[in-house]
Design a protein around this ligand. Structure first.
Ligand SMILES: [Zn+2]
Length: 364
């Protein structure tokens, strides 16, 4: 019998992976931030050396201060205000994901954050789409096949969600596969954007909602039962509806049962959750319990620059914390592919022709 390949950071990188929750403005290369700042006359960066700047982004995310965390996004968005910058950032994002062994990704961003230099929403979407296609071509030239779909986000604190939902539908045949709302949860419940969600449902369009990260069960309940979210961005706080008794048996409340019964995908981002305080450490991150209870759990990066992570490093951390093996990593990956917003036949093809053979070779 063939030996199973040992699980290391390197072999996990070789395994096919699927990423559903990754922010374009949270995944720039530090050197690119510097070069774009130079080209665009952006003068507010805290460092002019790529290594120091990269460390600054991670420290800001680790600082426990939301103000410092958000300052990082002010800088990345600050250098993404031209079409050239958007094309470059999107292309490099795909190259970096492909180099990490990601075979399918949905990358999200809020177009309304890139209008400060005078760009309109449609040119912004077209520039990012052009960058993603360029990145796919470069990855193919390097021998890696990756497909990237786009999610357009509306910011919860602004009042443009219907406009952004319409934008997502307008570009649905050009690779925009869905919609999301991002930004502060507290004080901005998902129901504030009900008109956008109703429009999307009438258009048979797909959407996920950031819910249950900073805020608890009411946010998750609203996202699913009022807004009709197909997936939950994070959703970690669903554990508040699960009680563990003295014998270690789990008792699910009605909302947790609903989420599990309906197979509602949870876009979990362990490192990011620790940085924002939604979880205290990887060893006790709710993903362990939720995976054991067979929720539709997926593993994601959220912000690769700020969290200094990749899908492979997140999986490696979970392997260390919970003792997962290749079958578990395959399960997370198939969960994610099943939950993607592209056509059923395309999802099935990637599962059967890329993911299953890839893990079969590693399992041996
Ligand atoms: Zn997010």
């Amino acid at each position: 019998m063939a030996m199973s390949t040992p699980l290391t950071a390197d072999t996990i990188r070789q395994a096919p992976k699927v990423l559903l929750h990754d922010h374009l403005d949270g995944g720039l290369r530090p050197a690119t931030v510097l070069e774009l700042a130079d080209a665009g006359g952006y003068r507010d960066l805290p460092h002019d050396d790529a290594a120091a700047l990269g460390a600054w982004f991670r420290e800001s995310a680790d600082s426990g201060s939301l103000v410092r965390y958000l300052e990082g996004f002010a800088h990345t968005c600050g250098v993404m205000q031209t079409e050239d910058a958007l094309v470059r950032v999107a292309a490099e994002c795909v190259e970096d994901l492909a180099a990490d062994g990601v075979v399918y990704a949905e990358v999200r961003y809020a177009p309304e954050l890139f209008t400060e230099g005078g760009l309109g929403l449609d040119p912004i979407v077209e520039a990012v789409q052009a960058g993603f296609r360029e990145g796919e071509r470069r990855a193919a030239a390097a021998g890696r096949t990756i497909r990237v779909g786009t999610l357009l986000c509306a910011m919860r604190q602004n009042a443009r969600s219907l406009e952004i939902a319409e934008l997502a539908v307008r570009y649905r045949d050009s690779g925009v596969v869905g919609f999301d709302i991002a930004g502060p949860e507290a004080g901005f419940p998902p129901t504030r954007n009900l008109d956008a969600f109703e429009y999307l449902r009438q258009q048979n369009a797909h959407f996920t909602i950031h819910a249950g990260e900073a805020f608890g069960l009411p946010s998750i309940w609203e996202a699913i039962q009022h807004c009709g979210a197909e997936r939950l961005g994070h959703g970690v706080r669903i554990v508040d509806d699960i009680k563990i008794d003295a014998d270690g048996r789990a008792h699910l409340g009605r909302l947790a049962s609903y989420v599990r019964d309906r197979r509602i995908p949870l876009e979990m981002c362990p490192t990011s959750n620790i940085q924002t305080g939604a979880a205290t450490a990887i060893e006790n991150h709710p993903i362990g319990l939720l995976a054991r209870l067979r929720f539709r759990v997926t593993v994601n990066t959220d912000n690769r620059l700020m969290s200094g992570c990749t899908v492979s490093s997140e999986m490696a951390a979970l392997v260390d914390a919970f003792g997962y093996g290749w079958p578990d990593l395959q399960w997370f990956t198939v969960n994610a592919m099943k939950s993607a917003f592209i056509d059923f036949e395309d999802r099935l093809e990637i599962i059967n022709t890329v993911i299953k053979p890839g893990y079969a070779a590693l399992i041996g």
